[in-house]
Ligand binder design. Structure first.
Ligand code: NAD
Length: 500
């Protein structure tokens, strides 16, 4: 096995990354950067212009098996480290991420298209998970249970579940994997990981910094792979009973496949899947707050977020005013490539994404929606879409069960609170929902009635490492962030001491 994987460097550097050694293209297994035995590679391109960045090792089943061997072997010693030792290592990693935040952000902007300022925000957000779990593990206790029988002591202690397999999407290339690595390592688990094929470089750079921080070999193993080769990797991991946990963030169909594949070995599962977030604006909302919350909930990451507002339901009395304000705000958004300057909206991730958004807008127009602003591809290039506001959407809009995943805001009217809640819940998904109102009683009532794992009230950016993130219904199960996120990588062991 050669180590040429580590030596490849991109010819161009349009975003001015200073540490080019953070650009890794190999698989990292048992502390070494290696190639796949097949010698296969896949291209990583800048979505803004399709230009090649570099080619990554296209991992397959042999590497997948090696990664489990390494993670399993490392688990024996990693689980025996003290919480303080793990915390110190995670803290060193967190510090290195911060130190290199600018390069990491530029790399992310390059491979994913997100504006550099937004990418910096994601690096800080993702690093926050490493820091939070580094702290949390030092403060965690088990339980001493009051014994019902004399002469006994009863305890419940938390243990790491074992080797965790981690598979992540492209839309938050660093944060989605950091929020799995943080709690997994803090709990004492080791990991085998497969980042998204569109954006492997951010995850590989993060792992390069973990190596630099001194995380022991075998604790983190990662394999980049093309979409075609990915199922061969996941099949190895699903079949191996040494893998005790699967943590997946991605689409609901793939989540279901992984859940089925985990059944034979009864793995623990965390499934962070697709969303269809409703955003309700009631007549009594503060218009400034509603506009601000909607801009954040829809246009962050060009709308490519699982918790992005997918359907905006607006009460009759405020509808016209909100539509006018949103059209004005969205009309001001700037669009362009990260390498060309500081813009609000970058490209969509690939040709499939742009075709989907175009199709959904076309269908909306055919159903009678009125384009207030945008509505077509943007002149910045074939992968850019104009920030768009669609008014007068029918409440049963086609897009209402399909994630738009683009900078398109559809507005529909409603009359009563009951109608809004019914429309909001009329979806197989249940990840995030939002509403804006000034009525305190309504806040409690509607927050309780919405069927979703997260609810934003008068706020459009709600995700935090301090809070549990995850869905209900077909948006999945399991939580990331907070003490609940740590518990997802632990099993409880009851110890009964007798004869005392
Ligand atoms: P995707 O499911 O197509 O891909 C996600 C990951 O799964 C990628 O790494 C991909 O290579 C891998 N994958 C694809 N097919 C696989 C297979 N057969 N076996 C194993 N792995 C496979 O999703 P995507 O389009 O890349 O990401 C967008 C989706 O992710 C959206 O639905 C979005 O809502 C969801 N998402 C959810 C959350 C959340 O926390 N709930 C966060 C971000 C994104």
């Amino acid at each position: 096995m050669t180590t040429t994987a580590t030596l490849e460097r991109p010819a161009a550097n349009p975003l001015g990354i200073s540490r080019l050694d953070l650009i890794r293209t190999g698989a990292f297994i048992d502390g070494r950067w290696i190639d796949d035995p097949s010698g296969q590679r896949f291209d990583v391109v800048n979505p803004a212009d399709g230009a090649l960045i570099t080619a990554c090792v296209d991992g397959g089943p042999e590497l997948a098996a090696q990664a489990v061997d390494a993670a399993h072997a490392a688990f024996a010693s990693w689980r025996e480290t003290t919480a303080k030792q793990r915390s110190t290592l995670l803290r060193a990693w967190f510090d290195l991420i911060n130190k290199n935040a600018d390069d990491l952000a530029r790399l992310m902007a390059w491979e994913m298209g997100k504006p550099v300022a937004e990418a910096r925000g994601e690096i800080a957000y993702g690093a926050g998970y490493i820091e939070w779990f580094a702290e949390a593990i030092k403060h965690e206790n088990g339980d001493v249970i009051p014994e019902p029988i004399a002469g006994r002591k009863m305890l419940a202690v938390r243990e790491p579940v074992g080797v965790a397999a981690v598979i992540t999407p492209w839309n938050f290339p660093m944060a989605m994997i950091a929020r799995k690595f943080g709690p997994a390592l803090a709990a004492g688990c080791t990991v085998v990981a497969k980042p998204a094929e569109d954006t492997p470089l951010s995850a590989l750079a993060l792992v390069a910094l973990a190596e630099e921080a001194g995380i022991p070999k075998g604790v983190i193993n990662i394999i980049p792979a093309s979409r075609e080769r990915t199922p061969a990797i996941s099949s190895v991991w699903l079949a191996d009973s040494r893998v005790r946990k699967v943590s997946f963030t991605g689409s609901t169909p793939v989540g279901k496949l992984l859940a089925k594949g985990s059944a034979d070995t009864l793995k623990r599962l965390s499934m962070e899947l697709g969303g269809d977030a409703p955003f309700i604006v009631f007549d009594d909302a503060d218009l400034d707050i509603a506009v601000d919350a909607l801009m954040k909930a829809k246009f962050r990451n060009a709308g490519q977020a699982c918790i992005a507002a997918n359907r905006v339901l607006v009460q009759d009395g405020i509808y016209d005013a909100l539509a006018e304000r949103m059209a004005a705000a969205v009309g001001k958004l700037t669009v362009g490539a990260a390498q060309d300057g500081a813009f609000d909206i970058g490209p969509l991730i690939n040709a499939r994404a742009i075709e989907k958004v175009e199709r959904l807008v076309g269908e909306a127009k055919a159903q009678g929606a009125k384009v207030l602003v945008g509505g077509a591809r943007h002149a910045a290039g074939p992968s850019f879409f104009q920030p768009t506001v669609l008014a007068d959407m029918p409440a049963d809009m086609r897009g209402s069960c399909e994630e738009i995943f683009g900078p398109v805001l559809p507005l529909a009217r409603f009359s009563t609170e009951d109608e809004a809640v019914a429309l909001a819940n009329d979806t197989p998904f249940g990840l995030a929902s939002y509403f804006c109102t000034r009525d305190q009683k309504r806040i409690w009532r509607v927050a309780g009635r919405l069927q979703s794992g997260l609810v934003g009230v008068n706020e459009g950016a709600i995700s935090s490492e301090y809070a549990p993130f995850g869905g209900v219904k077909e948006s999945g199960y399991g939580r990331e962030g907070s003490a609940h996120g740590l518990a997802d990588y632990q099993s409880l062991k009851y110890v009964c001491l007798g004869g005392l």
